[in-house]
Design a protein around this ligand. Structure first.
Ligand SMILES: NC(=O)c1ccc[n+]([C@@H]2O[C@H](COP(=O)([O-])OP(=O)(O)OC[C@H]3O[C@@H](n4cnc5c(N)ncnc54)[C@H](OP(=O)(O)O)[C@@H]3O)[C@@H](O)[C@H]2O)c1
Length: 310
């Protein structure tokens, strides 16, 4: 880790962010995992909201490197937003992936929670509905963790570590669509190549566009909302992956009938090493809405997103 070379994606402070006598600005943010879907959205939106972000990611900065995290110069920041994670759900079921998942998703957040507690920083950490078994139709913030696979287990353990930090926002989200490879782009590519896919119809939830997730996190920070756990996904109808795929096909000028809905069991039949997945991913959004944030309708956002790619 080299603290002096944070990937070159440090943003220029906005005028007025620092005070006149040269003191550092009060809303200096370290974004870990800054090259990921959420990290990129945060790096784009934070400056517009008057924050001064510094983005770091692997290989230069590994949040699971406990020695490096304990000697990091935390005096340079007021807020940590941890967008870093091992998000390869099936990869986490391998012996190597299990270790990497626990390092990134548990040891890393624990390192950040320790630093945030010691230096009085606010820590924002991102959780997932994979910390639940999916038996509940709509997940509330106070649901007891019941993770099915290694990814969810390692995330649930990281959540517990973050929970001991006095100033924390634990933001639980689902089905993130952002910069890079994602389900929507995959479906669009299949449609364009004339492929007629089978898509899982018994896993239900709502998409969350990375820029909307970043906007919700910024809202929590800027509004001074009470610390704690918040669900944050897109709003609107609860749909299945097959519903999303069908809509993408329609938007691409194809028939939705080209997508065949199947069960999770049918989809993965005969495949080894597939992580168990929660059937219900939908999150109850009442708490974050109570802070004055209105999540975007996920299917309307899907339309806009697909049109922006065409
Ligand atoms: N994607 C989803 O559908 C989804 C759903 C619910 C919750 N979430 C949560 O939302 C958050 C953001 O997810 P995302 O989709 O933006 O993830 P992402 O695109 O996979 O980005 C994660 C970033 O973290 C980096 N990283 C991995 N291990 C690290 C470590 N030890 N130290 C520092 N950086 C590390 C990754 O680098 P490499 O690429 O080099 O590994 C990557 O740049 C995560 O907490 C995730 O668990 C995601």
């Amino acid at each position: 880790m080299n603290e002096t070379k944070p990937l070159g994606i440090e943003e220029t402070p906005l005028p007025g962010n620092g005070n006149a006598d040269g003191q550092p600005p009060s809303r200096r943010v370290l974004v870990t995992g800054a090259n990921g879907q959420l990290g990129r959205a945060l790096m784009a939106l934070l400056p517009q909201a008057g924050f001064v972000p510094t983005g770091v990611d692997l290989p230069e900065v590994d949040i699971s490197d406990t020695a490096a995290m304990s000697t990091w110069d935390w005096s340079r920041y007021d807020i940590i937003i941890n967008a870093a994670a091992w998000t390869n759900v099936d990869g986490a079921e391998t012996s190597e992936g299990r270790r990497l998942s626990w390092r990134a998703n548990t040891v890393g957040p624990a390192n950040l929670a320790r630093a945030a507690t010691r230096y009085g920083l606010t820590l924002v950490h991102i959780s997932t509905e994979y910390t639940f078994d999916g038996a509940t139709a709509v997940h509330r913030e106070d649901e007891t963790p019941s993770p099915l696979g290694v990814y969810g287990q390692s995330k649930a353990a990281g959540d517990a570590a973050v929970g001991v930090c006095p100033h924390h926002y634990l933001v639980r989200t689902s089905w993130v669509v952002g910069d890079g490879k994602n389900f929507v782009k995959t479906m669009l590519s299949l449609a364009e190549r004339g492929i007629t896919p089978s898509v899982v119809a018994d896993q239900t939830g709502r998409l969350t566009f990375a820029s909307d997730l970043a906007a919700g996190i910024i809202h929590l920070l800027a509004s001074g909302a009470e610390y704690g756990t918040y669900n944050l996904s897109g709003e609107g109808p609860i749909v299945s992956w097959a519903d999303v795929a069908k809509r993408v096909y329609e938007l691409a000028g194809h028939s939705s009938d080209e997508v065949t809905p199947v069960t999770t069991e049918e989809y993965y039949a005969g495949q080894e090493g597939i992580a168990p997945r929660p059937l219900s991913s939908a999150l109850d959004l009442a708490k974050i809405e109570g802070t004055g944030f209105t999540p975007a309708d996920s299917m309307k956002r899907l339309d806009v997103y697909v049109r922006s790619l065409s």
